[in-house]
Structures are given as C-alpha cells and as structure tokens.
Design a protein. Structure first.
Length: 248
C-alpha cells in the first residue's frame, strides 16, 4: 500500500468517526430525555404526582419569589407577579408571559430551577409550560400557567429560647410534627421536651434568656456559612437570600 492509498484509508476512517460522533450528539438529547422519563430523574416532561393524603398546612406561610430569564432567544420572558404567599399543601396557579421580539418563528423550552436546591424535592408541578417546547410565531405574545404546590413536609427551622415564648413554640412544634414537617431546632442542650419534638437539635449551653438572641444567631450563621461552602457559593458575595424559586 502506497502513501496515497494509506492517506485515503485514514481519511475514510476519520469521516466515519466524524459521522458517528455527529449522530451520537444528535441522538443524545432524546436519549437522555427517555432515560429521565423511565427513571423519573430530572424529568421535565411530566407532571409530578401527589400523595393522596396531602393536606394544607394552615399554620405556616411560605413566600415564593418568581423569576425568569432567557438565553440565546429573542424573547421577553417574565412572571406576571413577582411573588406568591401560600400555605404548604395549597395548590396555586401563577402566570408567565413570553413575547417573541423577532420576525421569525422560534422554538424554546423552559428549564425550571430552584433556590435553595432542597426546595426542588418539595415543590410539585401539576401543570407547567416547561413540560413541552413552545413555538412562538413572529411577534407573538403568550401567557402560560404554572400550577404547583409545596409539600407540607418542607423542612422547618425553629428557635426554642428558654423564656416566656418557649411554651408557645413547643405548641407550634407539636402541630408541625403532626403535619409531617422535618424540624431542626436551636434549643438548650438540656431541653428534653424540645428534643423529643424535633428531628435534629443544635444545642445551646445553659444561659440567661436575655442573651438568647445572641446565642441563637451563632449556630444559624455557622450553618449558613458551611452550607454555602459545601454548595460552592462565594461566601463574600451571597445570592439573593429571599429568592425561593427561579424558573428560566
């Protein structure tokens, strides 16, 4: 085999490899979506399922902030309300508006994301435009609903100071526990009653009630610091702590 034939053979092999790689890349997205559909992992194309005994927790309020942005599309995308205040277990519907600013038909699909990330386990979407691709005609404006609820089992942080508010807080903890909440408490190390009502305790040494505000802040700040460190966030540039839900 001469040099020319050898080069031709090598070129054929490279062309075959290129075609295989192109085909694999083209098939990767539907293949990934099918895996997610079968396993239920990160599935954006189906509505979530709810437990039959889901109850509304009227003893708690959760404020959910809504956001939207686009990347690589000539669209304006925004929620029609910036936030919504709901009870865990309460079904709520919010509306988003999208506008195609181009003179051609374009297609896009929303990808939901949540902050903090733990919320994603407890936020259940029953109806969402993110379940399918959206095709917008030139200059079209469309309003699209998102119907969701936050499960009553959303984790709860509780402060149980040794003062006149302790008994009222213990009553709240009993109600939350009966509704299935996962509770982490900051309480005195010797408060056995509080320890029996919660899942985890950040213990405080015996102290006078007057210094409770100072002592309870310390474990909360340390928890926030090490959580941010674990998640890889910049400690000196915290994200918007009030933001609960982001939809891109």
């Amino acid at each position: 085999m001469n040099v020319t034939q050898s080069n031709l053979l090598l070129m054929r092999k490279l062309l075959i490899c290129t075609a295989v790689m192109f085909g694999f890349g083209f098939a990767l997205v539907p293949f990934y979506e099918k895996i997610c559909e079968v396993t239920g992992l990160n599935n954006l194309l189906q509505a979530d399922t709810l437990a039959e005994n889901t109850q509304v927790d009227t003893g708690r309020w959760v404020t959910v902030q809504l956001d939207a942005n686009t990347r690589g599309l000539p669209w304006e995308f925004k929620p029609l309300q910036s936030n919504v205040r709901i009870n865990p277990g309460e079904l709520v519907q919010v509306m988003y508006e999208v506008r195609n600013n181009s003179d051609r038909e374009t297609t896009g699909q929303a990808i939901p994301s949540y902050a903090p990330q733990l919320l994603g386990k407890h936020l259940k979407k029953l109806e969402c435009f993110c379940f399918s691709k959206q095709v917008l005609k030139p200059r079209e404006v469309r309003q699209m609903p998102v119907q969701f609820l936050i499960e009553p089992g959303l984790p709860v942080w509780a402060l149980v100071p040794p003062d006149e508010t302790r008994e009222r807080m213990l009553g709240n903890l009993r109600e939350l526990k009966a509704r299935g909440a996962h509770i982490t408490a900051v309480a005195a190390a010797d408060d056995e009653e509080a320890r029996g009502l919660v899942d985890e305790v950040l213990p405080l040494p015996p102290h006078h009630p007057a210094v409770s505000p100072i002592l309870t802040v310390i474990p909360l700040q340390l928890y926030a610091y090490f959580s941010a460190l674990k998640l890889g966030y910049d400690i000196d540039k915290p994200r918007n702590l009030a933001k609960s839900v982001t939809v891109m």
